[in-house]
Design a protein around this ligand. Structure first.
Ligand SMILES: NCc1[nH]cc(CCC(=O)O)c1CC(=O)O
Length: 310
């Protein structure tokens, strides 16, 4: 198993750049508490990103999920902050030159949740019911399960999405279980989809900490926060996305589990304009390090492409 080589003395004071949604603040506070417990002085620098501001269009049309991390990276670059805490799902496959992922932390529930005031499960929806999601992945997975449903766009942070549901615009919506659990909104969950039914997005439920490349003092401080099992799983998942073209705005799902040293990876792709059927692939390998996890991802992506994903 890969270990983190650390050569500098750990940083003692840290500024965390964070978006200001409730979930982003929860995540930043979570890391703050962990670092404070290790004796560091920690403060938060809150900021609004383009991803938070653009609510009327699908992110895949205006530049993708990178919009959630760009401003935070500028703050790191200018030295106004030291680290940025991200939902890994929102982090582009390749970080810009000069930045790196210092660690991947323990994963929350990676699955998707069904949220609906009226219908306990997706199966209970009447023909043609309206389901809210702006995720291409959720759209193609929902369509494969229920081709009759009408999928309508739904953007905004978790509270905004729940409010739009409560306003009656949708029969139900699909959200990441992780965000709902972190914000103590689990009571809104009617049903959690098994991963076989609704394959999660690469990195869903995992947090990653981004730093400017070469900040060895920060790496030394953050090393104990890393969870190697999660890191191996998301390395494989993210490698599928990268090998499929790197864009996060793709109708692509990738999910890995680690059992007795064997990494099992599944991926699915759907054509939002084409048939409701999914292209699926899976593979497993005894995993030794991040490089072999990524190799598994590349292999699965190749099978997807050979089966018609593009
Ligand atoms: N796309 C937005 C987003 N980014 C991260 C999460 C929370 C779950 C996670 O940490 O992966 C969510 C909400 C959602 O997809 O419902």
């Amino acid at each position: 198993m890969e270990s983190l080589t650390v050569s500098a003395a750990p940083a003692t004071s840290v500024v965390i750049a964070t978006r200001e949604s409730r979930l982003a603040l929860w995540q930043a506070e979570h890391v703050k508490a962990l670092l404070q417990a290790r004796g560091a002085q920690v403060s938060l620098l809150g900021m609004t990103t383009q991803g938070d501001q653009i609510l009327d269009r699908s992110l895949s049309k205006v530049g993708g999920k990178g919009l959630f991390v760009k401003e935070l990276e500028v703050a790191l670059d200018e030295g106004r902050a030291d680290i940025a805490v991200h939902s890994l799902k929102d982090v582009p496959m390749d970080l810009p030159e000069g930045f790196e992922l210092a660690c991947v932390m323990e994963r929350e529930d990676p699955r998707d949740a069904w949220v609906s005031p009226q219908y306990a499960r997706l199966e209970d929806l009447p023909q043609g019911a309206v389901v809210g999601t702006s995720s291409l992945r959720r759209t193609v997975l929902l369509r494969a399960l229920r081709p009759d449903l009408k999928i309508e766009p739904l953007r905004g942070n978790l509270d905004t999405r729940l409010r739009k549901l409560d306003e009656g615009l949708y029969a139900g919506i699909v959200l990441a279980a992780a965000g709902l659990k972190r914000l103590e909104l689990s009571s809104r969950i009617r049903h959690i989809f098994e991963t076989e039914q609704m394959l999660p997005a690469a990195g869903q439920g995992a947090l990653g900490i981004e730093i400017r490349a070469g900040r060895e003092d920060l790496k030394a401080l953050l090393a104990p926060l890393a969870n190697m099992d999660t890191w191996l799983r998301v390395a494989a998942e993210r490698a599928v996305s990268r090998a499929m073209g790197g864009s996060c705005s793709m109708p692509l799902a990738a999910h890995a589990v680690l059992e007795a040293g064997v990494l099992h990876l599944r991926a699915a792709w759907g054509d939002p304009q084409g048939a409701a059927t999914l292209v699926q692939a899976q593979a497993q390998t005894a995993v030794l390090d991040l490089a072999s996890a990524e190799q598994l991802g590349v292999q699965v992506a190749q099978v997807l492409r050979e089966s018609g994903a593009h």
